[in-house]
Design a protein around this ligand. Structure first.
Ligand code: NI
Length: 170
């Protein structure tokens, strides 16, 4: 397994709509394992394929608490089939360094996908899991949580980030 480099804003791949996975083959299983290792190393609770430079509909998630056993979740071609309620949570993202902001999302979602072995799976998420599912699935549509906050806050972050990059301390 390998820890992969994580793309950060404003990398253009982060705003691309990702391709459907046709078949969960050995290469994709390896990619999902590398993405889990990358996520745990960061550390983070979720990671989407475009964040590691792959234009594919694949996300990995683990919302278990740090002192609990790991509960890795691998989802190929995930799609939301149900959503309800509303919740506000302060989000961050491994591709958006040094920034968090309140984001409004559904409180509960149901997602259908293929699991790590390519078998159909249905995941029901509430609380942090619901937020994480929506955040990661957004990545596959080329959306960052920055796209769900006020234009003012977004442009302030953008300015700060571009200055950081110019200074060379990414
Ligand atoms: Ni993210």
């Amino acid at each position: 397994m390998a820890v992969l480099p994580i793309k950060t804003f404003p990398d253009p791949l982060l705003s691309k709509i990702c391709r459907q996975v046709q078949e969960v083959d050995e290469d994709l299983k390896q990619l999902s394992r590398d993405m889990l290792e990358t996520m745990y190393a960061a550390p983070g609770v979720g990671l989407a394929a475009p964040q590691v430079g792959q234009d594919l509909r694949l996300v990995v998630i683990d919302c278990s608490a740090r002192d609990e056993e790991r509960e890795p979740l691998v989802l190929f071609n995930p799609r939301i089939v149900e959503m309800e309620g509303q919740v506000v949570f302060e989000e961050g993202c491994l591709s958006v360094p040094e920034f968090t902001c309140d984001v409004t999302r559904a409180e509960r979602v149901v997602v259908k996908a293929m699991d790590a072995e390519g078998r159909p799976i249905t995941v029901e998420g509430e609380g942090l899991m619901a937020i994480c599912l929506q955040h990661e699935l957004d990545h596959l549509e080329g959306r960052l949580f920055l796209d769900r906050i006020s234009p003012l806050k977004r442009s302030m972050y953008k300015k700060r980030r571009l200055k950081q990059i110019k200074r060379g301390d990414e």
